[in-house]
Design a protein around this ligand. Structure first.
Ligand code: TYD
Length: 209
């Protein structure tokens, strides 16, 4: 791929970390800077992602292993589909910001499948497109849980405090495992949203210039 390709920026974090807010804030800043951007998320709202979401809520019954492989399949579709695939966007010079990518699978699905297996299951995505940066919004799981409780009446599959603590630990385990291959930026998510935004912006600005 040539040097004019867009940058691929991924946000990661436990549920309630505030990453979706930061995705929006970064997107707005980039738009103000007249950059071409596309904001996206996983699981996607495409056919495979929708299936995965319905399995997570229990609307469709499925084994966790099935869900794990669907997340991996959804990701390939997210990268390669002809309509709004990440790879074609990047090739056109569009910067892509994704709310979650494969580190979400490493952190969440490793609670029931060995992390190495999840990494292997996502190897095609990793070989197709590694993010220019994985931004991890690191928040205290208790704070995140309190936020979720206030916001939602129906908590999703992984939204309880013990699981959230486990997921946070797994993120760090995955970052350590892949520190030589991946660019990881850890941001203190307990800080005020404006400060978080600024810290992210300072890093992304460097990446884009
Ligand atoms: P989330 O970003 O919280 O979306 P929403 O705001 O719609 O709830 O993601 C939904 C859930 O999907 C979240 O609990 C994490 C989970 N997930 C995985 O378990 N594995 C994955 O690979 C991905 C992408 C998400």
């Amino acid at each position: 791929m040539n040097n004019n390709r867009g940058k691929f920026i991924v946000f990661e974090g436990i549920d309630g970390s505030g990453k979706s807010t930061q995705v929006k804030r970064l997107a707005n800043r980039l738009i103000k800077e007249k950059k071409n951007i596309c904001k996206t998320f996983e699981p996607t709202d495409g056919p495979i992602g929708s299936l995965a979401r319905q399995m997570m809520t229990g609307r469709i019954k499925a084994d966790n292993k099935t869900i794990a492989l669907l997340f991996a399949a959804d990701r390939i579709d997210h990268l390669l589909n002809d309509i709004n695939g990440i790879v074609s966007m990047l090739k056109k010079g569009i910067n892509v910001i994704s709310d979650r990518y494969y580190f979400s699978s490493y952190a969440y699905q490793s609670s029931y499948i060995k992390m190495e297996r999840i990494i292997e299951a996502n190897i095609i995505s990793a070989q197709t497109m590694r993010p220019d940066v994985n931004i991890f919004i690191d928040i205290n799981p208790q704070t995140a849980f309190n936020r979720l409780k206030k916001k939602r009446s129906l908590l999703e599959l992984y939204e309880n405090i013990t699981d959230m603590q486990k997921v946070r630990k797994s993120y760090f385990k995955a970052f350590d495992k892949l520190k030589n291959e991946e660019k990881i930026l850890i941001i203190d998510g307990n800080d005020a949203p404006d400060n978080i935004e600024l810290k992210i912006w300072n890093n992304i600005n460097k990446l884009l210039t």
